[in-house]
Ligand binder design. Structure first.
Ligand SMILES: Cc1cc2nc3c(=O)[nH]c(=O)nc-3n(C[C@H](O)[C@H](O)[C@H](O)COP(=O)(O)OP(=O)(O)OC[C@H]3O[C@@H](n4cnc5c(N)ncnc54)[C@H](O)[C@@H]3O)c2cc1C
Length: 409
């Protein structure tokens, strides 16, 4: 624009988990003149909404097997350089205290995701990182030896550029997929994108009457590969939600089949014997009493309906069908019709391919350009893995930029 445009050492697009920790890491490494551009009026809006507002920042069971990516070795390298322990140490140094639940999910003891954003925000202010809010980056390009970054309020320059603009999931938090266009402008490609960690639409018939019910289920997805997990399934008017469904959603496609086991702790034979004895003992009671105190009553009605057993049937008449009923309790099938889309998803599957960046996540197409967080083609399971990736990859880029700055000195 004009000769007075300030040149920063590093400019970062996106003040989410990846961008914030990258900026802080750069500052702590002694890199001066750091610019963090965030389109929202607040930093870390998505981070503040994570884990149902409680902020599940990582998981004690950390490893590359928790991630979907075409380059697991690269992801493993990033996680081993800055993993769960390093993240917790860093967040603790910033003033937080973190605890894990029985499933290894790590939360701030405050159980407030926004408090994690706050400690990062305060540290950025203390380190004099130049944070510009309401700064939507519409264009970024390389001119000579520096990157030119355009916002509606003006142009910035940076010797290094980190794009940490997130993916496309839950766009109301600011990451609406525009980061991919910024990447494409540098010659990068973007793999096919789809919503992950998202509620699933299923056929409604078998779960009619279950809306609002939450059950602890064993869930098997019969898709490209068979996948099993255990956890909450919440029934809705479009299909199913809950943590078990979120875990399966990253692998589910329309046409796949979900099998729900409403009594995962009891083998089918044991349940059949129990139902057979109960049918004889409660012979005059209506059919739904056969499953009372064994599965949720609404689920019991759905299971019996799926076997065309009417509510008027007596338990006594079902003694000979105990095995069949037990089998259905442990295997109620639903056809997947799709997902609730990017609007409702927690993460994006796909992104800038890891084959287009080096081990330090620097672009192979444009020297000095880096990518971190969800914009890359890496997505994790439910349970703190996606924030860990965002933080780890942000730190990886920042440490490399700091090294390159040192080499130049
Ligand atoms: C409801 C919800 C709950 C979640 N819960 C968890 C959880 O408990 N644990 C977990 O591990 N993961 C969770 N996730 C996923 C996790 O939040 C994300 O994977 C992670 O925040 C991605 O970090 P990021 O920094 O890459 O991107 P983001 O957090 O999306 O940050 C990118 C930032 O860039 C800004 N931006 C985008 N484009 C521009 C532009 N052109 N100019 C300037 N700024 C721009 C955006 O406004 C945004 O602030 C959850 C996600 C959602 C939606």
């Amino acid at each position: 624009m004009n000769g007075t445009v300030k040149e920063y050492t590093a400019a970062i697009i996106g003040g989410g988990a990846a961008g914030m920790l990258a900026a802080l890491t750069l500052a702590e490494a002694g890199v001066g003149e750091i610019l963090l551009l965030e389109r929202n009026e607040r930093l870390g809006r998505k981070l503040s909404a994570t884990g149902n507002g409680q902020g599940n920042v990582t998981n004690t069971d950390m490893g590359v097997h928790r991630y979907f990516t075409s380059e697991p070795d690269k992801v493993a390298g990033v996680l081993s350089a800055f993993g769960q322990e390093q993240l917790l140490r860093r967040l603790t140094e910033l003033g937080g205290y973190f605890t894990a639940d029985a499933e290894g999910r790590v939360y701030p003891a405050s159980r407030q995701a926004s408090s994690v954003t706050d400690i990062l925000r305060f540290a950025l202010a203390a380190r004099s990182v130049d944070v510009r809010l309401g700064a939507y980056v519409s264009r970024a390009e390389k001119k000579g030896t520096s990157f030119c970054i355009s916002t509606k309020d003006g142009e910035y320059r940076g010797r290094f550029l980190l794009i940490a603009a997130g993916g496309q999931a839950s766009p109301h938090f600011g990451s609406d997929g525009n980061g991919y266009a910024l990447a494409r402008a540098f010659g990068h490609t973007v793999t096919a994108l789809s919503p992950a960690l998202v509620q699933l639409k299923t056929e409604r018939g078998p779960i009619r009457g279950l809306k609002g019910i939450r059950c602890d289920c064993g869930l098997t997805l019969f898709g490209k590969e068979k996948f099993f997990c255990r956890g909450d399934v919440i029934f809705t008017d479009y299909g199913v939600s809950g943590n078990a469904v979120f875990r399966a959603s990253s692998r589910a496609r329309a046409g796949d089949v979900l099998s729900l086991d409403f009594l995962p702790d009891c083998p089918a034979e044991e349940l059949a014997a129990l139902l057979s004895a109960k049918a004889a003992r409660c012979a005059a009671r209506p059919s739904e009493d056969l499953l009372r105190c064994i599965v949720n009553s609404a689920a019991a009605r759905a299971i019996l309906r799926s076997l065309r057993i009417s509510p008027e049937t007596d338990c006594g008449a079902l003694a000979g069908r105990a095995g069949e009923i037990a089998a259905r309790v442990k295997d109620l099938r639903l056809r997947v019709e799709g997902s609730m889309g990017f609007e409702n998803a927690q993460v994006t599957k796909g992104g800038v391919p890891l084959s287009e960046v080096d081990d330090f996540l620097m672009s192979k197409k444009e020297a000095g350009l880096f990518f971190a967080g969800e914009i890359l083609d890496v997505d994790g399971e439910c349970g703190g893995y996606n924030l860990q990736w965002a933080f780890s990859s942000g730190v990886r880029c920042a440490e490399r930029i700091a090294e390159l700055c040192n080499e130049d000195r």
